[in-house]
Design a protein around this ligand. Sequence first.
Ligand SMILES: C[S@@+](CC[C@H](N)C(=O)[O-])C[C@H]1O[C@@H](n2cnc3c(N)ncnc32)[C@H](O)[C@@H]1O
Length: 469
Amino acid sequence: MRKKKVRLEKLTVEDYAAGGKSLGRVEGKVVFIEGAVPGDVVDVQLGKNKKDWAEGRVERFHSYSKDRVDPFCEHFGTCGGCKWQMLPYEKQLEYKQQEVEQQLRRIGKVEIPAVLPIIGCKDTRYYRNKLEFTASNRRYLSAAEIKSGAEILPENALGFHVPRLFDKVIDIQNCHLMAEPTNLIKNTIRAYAAANQLEYYDIREHRGFLRTLLIRVLTTGEVMVNLVFGREDKKARIALLDHLLARVPGITTLLYTINAKFNDSLHDQEPIVYFGKGYAVEQLEDFQFKISPKSFFQTNTRQGERLYQITRDFAELTGKETVYDLYCGTGSIGIFVSRKAAKVIGVEVIEDAIADAKENAALNNIKHAAFFAGDVIDICDNSFFSTHGRPDVIITDPPRAGMHEKLVQKILEIGAPTVVYVSCNPSTQARDLGLLDAGYMVTKVQPVDMFPHTHHIENVVQLKKRNYV
Ligand SMILES: C[S@@+](CC[C@H](N)C(=O)[O-])C[C@H]1O[C@@H](n2cnc3c(N)ncnc32)[C@H](O)[C@@H]1O
């Protein structure tokens, strides 16, 4: 039998909760709410309803929080990109700061010093250096469009996926996440495709020509574009690429990829250079980084620089230290701290990233850094540490899932005097700090906001080995 849906009426939203949600309380039960901010009074349709907590979505607003501001983007509400636009930036920062504190105390259950004030972005729009747009013949239609009953054309969309609807794409006209020529490139392709009846990709049927569009706009002025097609049509492809180059003079590198497989991931695909050198270069302080079409690089350049500066400060280097950069990606943290270290050893699972790391070290004339490809838990064994030297500082920057428990145990066993833990997910960081507590104490906590108008937080923690403190 289907459970009856529960609807809560006139609930006052009291506070922010993890993951961009907010919360209210009904008879002692905590209700997590999507789509509201503290101060709103709302009706909530519950999805999950457990003994101590429930979770639901806003059905109706009775009144709005006085903290709300008008969202700046025409796509707000459907696009999943900048969900916190209705909050002033200072409020966003306040909630992020609070979340770091709560996660570390509640999940980590470790003693922490006062959390340093979160470092906000100077630019809260156009802060990204990479965006990926999807071309789809299943455009997302708003409720008003559907209600109107009118025939709706076009069905094609070049934009972002709608949250929770894998096959629906919002046609994005003007995105505020990355500087121009981002919108110019996207809108030029859209207009050309319409005029020449180019086929958009069908995500359900897995067929079609225009598939995805990846753009990088870097602070060095370089612009790299990779246009992905679902099948080859040489004549149509060349005509489109030439048109794009003619209309958008700022493009420094243009690549294309023919991706005929079922998913959009490009890790196993080969982008082909159509124009330019085939990669782009970004700069942090006076370090240069080569970014290949498939490389990972911090998506907010200016704030990435701040993040690395904090990481370097927390490492407290004097020039004599052996530094391990675990989960090193393209070696950017290791390279950034290298001038203050005697030796840098980087470890990363993606082989292409390690190839980039080696190239980046050479590009910056750094000779005392070495990079190794493989899983951290396979590579970082006793013989690896005895071959490359006992670490004075370990910098670790794992993915959202946090560190593998085996690596945490190895860090405890190796006992570097200082560990700097950079995290994009304070809840898994908190869990790992709880485990590291056996040998380390948390001495500094610095949240950094890399992604304004989203709930994502980056957090840097300094740990000191207990008998060194
Ligand atoms: C958050 S990124 C950090 C990248 C880099 N530190 C930077 O700032 O650009 C995490 C990195 O960990 C790598 N990774 C994930 N699991 C891994 C594992 N088990 N062993 C080694 N590297 C791993 C990912 O490929 C990714 O490059």
